[in-house]
Design a protein around this ligand. Sequence first.
Ligand SMILES: Nc1nc2c(ncn2[C@@H]2O[C@H](COP(=O)(O)OP(=O)(O)OP(=O)(O)O)[C@@H](O)[C@H]2O)c(=O)[nH]1
Ligand SMILES: [Mg+2]
Length: 149
Amino acid sequence: MGKILLIGGIGAGKTSLKQMLMNEQVSYRKTQMLDFSQIFIDCPGEYLEIPRFYHVLIDTSHQVSEIWALQDATKPRTFYPPKFAKVFNKPIIGIITKVDLPKANLEQAVSYLVYAGITEPFYSTSIVNGEGFSPLRLRVEALNELRDR
Ligand SMILES: Nc1nc2c(ncn2[C@@H]2O[C@H](COP(=O)(O)OP(=O)(O)OP(=O)(O)O)[C@@H](O)[C@H]2O)c(=O)[nH]1
Ligand SMILES: [Mg+2]
């Protein structure tokens, strides 16, 4: 417990977000399988994009305290089925990524997360300018304290 499961489509920015929050060098490498670190469980975007993998996300969610669901602001589509958040018995935090890019559409990203049954507030982030990371760092610290107790 005290861990966070990152979910989102392929290339949504799960691994980059994790690297930022763990103060690691942000470098691109496709995630191929479940990846466990002290705080995060990262997974390949395929687990959300391909419904026959949903069970992996659901099983893995039993090992975490909360789920962070990412939506790429530049993607004109969602991989979250309606009310997907309701299949998890854990709090879900909505995170919008890549808000630095010109084609980012914040309103559309918000609507996809709402459609997925996730409730606001959502966090808008960019690994390029660091926007949105302060509140996420605080969440990670709070979970660290929970875990260390
Ligand atoms: N401009 C911009 N690019 C980003 C941002 N976050 C991630 N990226 C880029 O998006 C690409 C995919 O990022 P990843 O973090 O690997 O995405 P992922 O969700 O882990 O993808 P999978 O492992 O395939 O599921 C990389 O080239 C990142 O540099 C962001 O906030 N802004
Ligand atoms: Mg990844």
